[in-house]
Design a protein around this ligand. Structure first.
Ligand SMILES: Cc1cc2nc3c(=O)[nH]c(=O)nc-3n(C[C@H](O)[C@H](O)[C@H](O)COP(=O)(O)OP(=O)(O)OC[C@H]3O[C@@H](n4cnc5c(N)ncnc54)[C@H](O)[C@@H]3O)c2cc1C
Length: 505
């Protein structure tokens, strides 16, 4: 049996998902993991509740490569369309980067926004995403994206995945980031729900199944080669293939190739995020787009490369330098906030917030269990613990509270994440600095999710969705838009590949 080194956090979550983890089990796993973040574990597919490898067939209607959010969504949609899909996942567990996602999923004109009296529009969502992406987004993909975002929220709802709690992320003017009802991180909840549906629909999901090649016959993709746990390679035929292998944020060579200055950055990505799909598609002549556009996230806890979700700022936290002063509009886009932190002498900063933020962003409890959160009964006590000038931090928070009351940030022009001030003790701080987070570039697709060649024609039988694709986000992804991407285009890939596959019968 193959041995893998992986963080216990992913394993405990994934194993829990596959066997139906209770919150008590999760809590036990989390507290264990806080003592020891990395452990050697033995993986066994059937032991974790995935399909046993002995059931792998030679032929399926549709092969889906990668069991993250895009892959499982595509599988469910293809099955709804009457197809017989299979999902192949190279890691010992399903979930990919999707399980790590925290803040939520953006969508406009949704029923949950309407219930809260939020007036939003697809056009506004389009314009703000385009502005965030510096005007370089593929506008056809973006139009499709915003126009199908509310449908995606409804579709998830029909699957028992309810994202009814709203928050806001940097670069957005409306509360359109949807998350679970209790305000918790979206990733575990979403992956749990998708895995549950995949199982209910009897869609085979094989883990430790590393796809190494996409095969072709007569200029049409007709299957994959997959390396299994026993080291043997098996060829599987299919009428269509959907590639949902995620980005390349954990592939040091690729990151360095496309942006050498990112060499020493930590990454928030799971270890399977190695750009395999991009490389396999390039071999077939598929085009790529925006490969140099690599997003660094401003708030990453450095020792464990752990992302501190944007929700913390969205619910009211400020950023303070070691001098105890604010230095940026915390709700500006990720590229700008990251640049402001990197420009500080210490190249790091602190998220500072109060008990109110902590209660509204429950992911903070998890950060606390990891040992990231410093607590003080008063602002002065907090400042002392993080070696900041006490008077300066007190003045900063007092000024901020006045700005919140006045609904005007005279210093940096922040306009969102200002519903509540920071006046309810205890107070908290988390030390952060930027880290590699998302690869905006990837393979070129059209709105049917067909993979395109340089000349703009589609590679027959080949579809792609999610972070493996490029173009939608342009030069800078807005927080909450990637999860929306995987559900919207994952669904579209499932539908389009099903139509294509049925035409081959
Ligand atoms: C810490 C963190 C927090 C985030 N928070 C948010 C958020 O709140 N909101 C938001 O919108 N976005 C967020 N993102 C981004 C978002 O989670 C991802 O962009 C998105 O989930 C990618 O989904 P995917 O299905 O395309 O890929 P993934 O979920 O990464 O899944 C791809 C899967 O393919 C597998 N795979 C790769 N190669 C092969 C191969 N050769 N054979 C078989 N399988 C393979 C991988 O192991 C993986 O399981 C976050 C990302 C991170 C890292």
């Amino acid at each position: 049996m193959k041995k893998v080194i992986m963080s216990l956090v992913s394993l405990s979550l994934f194993a829990g998902l596959a066997v139906g983890c209770t919150s008590d089990q999760e809590k036990a796993a989390k507290s264990k993991e806080s003592k020891d973040s990395s452990e050697e574990v033995t993986s066994g597919a059937s032991a974790n509740g995935y399909t046993d490898i002995s059931e792998l067939k030679d032929n399926y209607d549709i092969v889906i490569v990668g069991a993250g959010g895009a892959g499982m969504t595509a599988a469910l949609q293809a099955k709804e369309a009457g197809m017989n899909p299979v999902i192949l996942e190279k890691m010992p567990v399903a979930g990919g980067n999707t399980i790590k996602s925290s803040s939520g999923m953006n969508a406009s004109e949704t029923k949950f926004q309407k219930e809260e009296g939020i007036t939003d529009s697809n056009d506004k969502f389009f314009e703000e995403t385009l502005k965030g992406g510096k005007g370089t987004n593929d506008q056809e993909l973006l139009r499709f994206f915003v126009d199908h975002s509310a449908d995606a929220i409804d579709w998830l709802d029909t699957k028992g995945i309810e994202l009814s709690n709203l928050t806001i992320t940097g670069g957005m003017s409306e509360k359109r980031t949807h998350r679970p009802a209790d305000g918790s991180a979206i990733g575990g909840y979403l992956v749990d729900g998708l895995v549950r549906n995949v199982k209910e629909e009897s869609i085979p999901l094989f883990v430790n199944a590393d796809v190494t090649e996409l095969t072709e016959k007569d200029d049409q993709v007709n299957g994959v080669k997959v390396k299994l746990e026993d080291g043997k390679t098996k060829e599987i035929k299919a009428d269509a293939v959907i590639v949902t292998t995620g980005g390349f944020g954990a592939n040091k060579e690729m990151l360095e190739e496309y942006d050498p200055k990112l060499k020493d950055y930590v990454t928030t990505n799971q270890e399977g995020t190695t750009g395999d799909g991009i490389k396999m598609i390039e071999k077939l002549g598929g085009a790529t787009v925006d490969m140099k556009e690599i997003q660094i996230h401003p708030t990453v806890q450095q020792d464990k490369s752990f992302l501190i979700g944007e929700v913390v700022r969205g619910e009211g936290a400020i950023l303070a330098s070691q001098e105890g002063t604010r230095f940026v509009n915390e709700m500006d886009t990720r590229d700008k906030v990251s640049a402001a932190i990197t420009a500080l002498p210490e190249k790091s900063a602190y998220l500072v917030f109060d008990q109110g933020v902590r209660e509204r962003a429950t992911a903070i409890d998890f950060y606390d269990e990891q040992g990231f959160v410093v607590e003080g009964n008063t602002i002065e006590e907090l400042a002392k613990k993080i070696d900041m000038p006490e008077a300066a931090l007190k003045e900063t928070v007092e000024q901020w509270n006045k700005d919140v009351q006045a609904k005007a940030d005279a210093q940096f022009g922040r306009e969102t994440g200002m519903d509540n001030d920071l006046s309810t003790g205890p107070y908290y701080a988390i030390k952060i600095a930027p880290g590699i987070h998302h690869t905006m570039g990837g393979v070129k697709i059209n709105t049917k999710t067909e993979v395109l060649k340089e000349d703009g024609t589609a590679i027959k039988g080949l579809y792609a969705a999610g972070e493996v694709t490029g173009g939608l986000h342009g030069a800078n992804r807005i927080g909450g838009n990637a999860v929306a991407d995987i559900i919207i285009f994952g669904r579209q890939a499932g539908t389009e590949a099903a139509t294509f596959a049925s035409e081959q019968k």
